[in-house]
Design a protein around this ligand. Structure first.
Ligand code: HEM
Length: 162
């Protein structure tokens, strides 16, 4: 003998049975949820610190290479390409590590020192064009690159505005 089970669930019951995401997910909300989920679940802060510092080392090593190339007015194209590529990877890793730390350690709080670092990152990104196109000012680019790096590190350790 088969028993027919009829249920007349109130909307509250159906909501508790069906996970809330089925009730009213906005696409943006679920993308945000999964992005945050990825940051939180798969990468811990130590990995972000390592990515961040690796990015910084790559950027300053490559800028040194490109400044030396310009200073010597050497038209070595493969050196320019290699330096540009490594600097690009470095800038990306700085950002990946930085945003990961921002999400994991600072709950995406945009403190003034974080905004300062992002401004420095943008200036650093633009500086590569000047290093390649204005070789006569190589010495200036050397000190500017050092100054930007030191200011970013200072912002990380002294956290102005926090
Ligand atoms: C522009 C080049 C940058 C350099 C040279 C730089 C350098 C550093 C250094 C040296 C640290 C300290 C690491 C440690 O204590 O082990 C640090 C930490 C950090 N950086 Fe950057 N950074 C840069 C850009 C950025 C950007 C663009 C962001 C944000 C998107 C960012 C976010 C952070 C955060 C959140 C921390 C962790 C601070 C802490 O936990 O005390 N950084 N950065």
């Amino acid at each position: 003998m088969c028993r027919i089970i009829t249920t007349n669930w109130s909307s509250q019951e159906s909501k508790s049975y069906f996970p809330p995401r089925l009730s009213s997910p906005s696409i943006a909300a679920s993308v945000k949820l999964s992005a945050n989920g990825f940051f939180l679940k798969f990468m811990n802060p130590q990995v972000y610190y390592l990515l961040h510092i690796t990015g910084g080392l790559l950027v300053f090593l490559s800028y040194g290479l490109l400044i030396a190339r310009s200073w010597l007015s050497d038209d070595n194209r493969s050196l320019r390409k290699f330096g540009g590529l490594m600097a690009g990877i470095g800038l990306f890793l700085i950002l990946l590590g930085g945003f990961g730390l921002l999400a994991r350690v600072y709950q995406n709080q945009w403190y003034p020192w974080v905004i300062l670092k992002l401004v420095i990152w943008v200036i650093l990104g633009g500086l590569i064009a000047l290093i390649n196109r204005k070789p006569g000012l190589s010495k200036v680019w050397y000190w500017v690159t050092l100054f930007l790096g030191l200011t970013a590190a200072w912002a990380a350790y002294f956290k102005p505005g926090m």
